[in-house]
Design a protein around this ligand. Structure first.
Ligand SMILES: Cc1cc2nc3c(=O)[nH]c(=O)nc-3n(C[C@H](O)[C@H](O)[C@H](O)COP(=O)(O)OP(=O)(O)OC[C@H]3O[C@@H](n4cnc5c(N)ncnc54)[C@H](O)[C@@H]3O)c2cc1C
Length: 431
């Protein structure tokens, strides 16, 4: 079978009602077994389920899916976090590899699911793409270029609704265009403590220190020639419906001022620095005191703050042999913080991402963007370029959700692996 590219998903929401309906149908069909079927699929694991489902899409054929294991309606299966509890139980075939002389004659355990859903019911749900060389090998063996990595990559991307932050935007862990002020570092969004009618959106840029060669970055907080933008999608189509745009004056005598604008609709989806002025000529905070500007229901801050996360940079650079040192413990970043009433974000779930742009001949050019934990540092070649240039791969905005097997969703907040939560208000406002 060759990889298929059409989209047969019904996208029916996995509600308890939907699940109950499926279970009732399964019980009925199992009670009415026929004496013959057009197709019998052996094993209800990851591949067997797909094969059976594809066959069953045709009204003309009857399909029997046989499974050696039992029910998957168990806490250890439905809660992905308990995956390890299944290993070595009756839901595990418990295969053992042949004794290996290179392992002192030991046998390695080869677990495999023996339960409805097969190994996908007991696995750790880690998302990983198959290695490029494996796909190339499959294509060669099958004599079918549709198995090639480049071909399958399109399918992976279609399945993925997540993309990471290109946090290390320049070569050698450098800054975009070598300018620390353009470097997007974190994005946070959360309900305002004590006032859930409001949300706080935070975009951090410009770390105060550079790693290679070590030293401070410029004291000028924000680049006057740059545009800093928070983008919000309110209707699930992955196109910005609202944008908050922030521009800064030149750094003069140690001070800088800023203007916050808001655009909606077509303007928000496009590129530009125009929009309705929400806050004009607010002072950037360069010292310990945080200057907060109030404008109607908005509150706004821009300036240096202490860096909010732990990051073992030297360990990361040392082949992930972590040192335990928090490189950024005594460093700062430049924060743009916006407190907004939830009412200005609409009533639907929203997605949020951020970007920095610089002026160029013919308009603005995006130089950094992100919403999620660092990813680009782990990518190479075209993959990395693709993440840096959102237009090139046509990916959707940054949104990450964790799915449990029961269909409930947990949400991971933006920023480098900072917080996670299932709070409803946070879900509305985050990602
Ligand atoms: C413990 C564990 C953790 C894993 N973690 C991850 C992970 O985090 N990320 C990831 O990508 N992959 C992970 N994997 C691997 C991944 O789950 C498997 O590669 C994948 O599910 C295999 O799919 P499959 O269809 O080939 O086989 P399976 O999903 O194993 O399906 C085979 C099915 O056939 C049934 N069967 C076998 N013989 C018969 C028979 N004679 N009659 C009827 N039924 C039969 C079995 O009971 C089983 O249900 C993990 C696997 C295990 C075991």
């Amino acid at each position: 079978m060759a990889p298929t590219t059409d989209n047969n998903s019904t996208n029916e929401p996995e509600t308890p009602e939907f699940e109950a309906r499926i279970q009732a149908t399964q019980r009925r069909l199992a009670a009415e077994l026929q004496s013959s079927y057009d197709f019998i699929v052996c094993g209800s694991g990851s591949s067997g389920s797909v094969v059976a489902r594809r066959l069953a899409e045709s009204d003309d054929v009857s399909v029997l899916l046989l499974e050696a294991g039992g029910t998957d309606d168990l806490p250890s299966v439905r809660d992905a976090g308990q995956w390890l509890a299944n290993v070595g139980t009756e839901r595990d075939w418990g295969f053992q590899a042949a004794p290996n002389r290179l392992l002192n004659g030991r046998r390695l355990s080869l677990s495999a699911g023996k339960v409805l859903g097969g190994s996908s019911s007991i696995n750790a749900m880690i998302w990983s793409r198959g290695h490029k060389n494996d796909w190339e090998y499959f294509a060669e063996e099958a004599g079918d270029p549709r198995w090639r990595y480049e071909s399958v990559l399109g399918l992976y991307r279609r399945l993925e609704d997540w993309q990471g932050s290109p946090h290390y935007s320049g070569p050698d862990f450098g800054f975009p265009r070598g300018d620390a002020r353009l470097d997007f570092t974190d994005l946070y969004a959360f309900p305002k403590p004590e006032d859930p009618r409001k949300s706080i959106l935070v975009m951090n840029v410009h770390p105060s220190a550079v790693v290679t060669p070590p030293g401070p970055t410029t004291a000028e907080p924000f680049a006057p020639e740059a545009l800093y933008e928070l983008r919000i999608n309110t209707n699930g189509d992955a196109v910005a419906d609202i944008a908050y745009r922030v521009r800064f004056s030149a750094f003069d005598n140690g001070s800088q001022s800023t203007t916050l604008r808001r655009v909606e609709g077509v303007q928000a989806a496009g590129i530009g620095d125009g929009g309705q002025v929400i806050v004009a000529s607010a002072r950037v905070s360069t010292g310990r005191d945080a200057r907060v500007t109030e404008a109607g229901e908005y509150r706004f801050f821009a300036g240096w703050r202490s860096d909010p996360f732990f990051f073992d940079v030297h360990g990361m650079l040392n082949n992930q042999q972590f040192t335990g040192d928090d490189f950024f413990a005594d460093k700062n970043v430049c924060s743009i913080v916006l407190e907004v009433p939830n009412s200005v974000l609409g009533t639907n779930r929203v997605s949020l991402w951020a970007r920095t742009l610089v002026g160029a001949v013919g308009g603005w050019v995006q130089v950094d963007r992100g919403a999620l934990p660092a990813q680009a540092v782990f990518l190479v070649g075209t993959e990395r370029d693709c993440v840096h240039d959102g237009r090139a791969c046509g990916r959707r905005p940054l949104r990450f959700r964790l799915r449990t097997r029961s269909g409930a969703h947990g949400w991971v907040c933006t920023g480098r692996g900072k917080a996670s939560g299932t709070d409803t208000a946070a879900r509305r406002a985050v990602l």
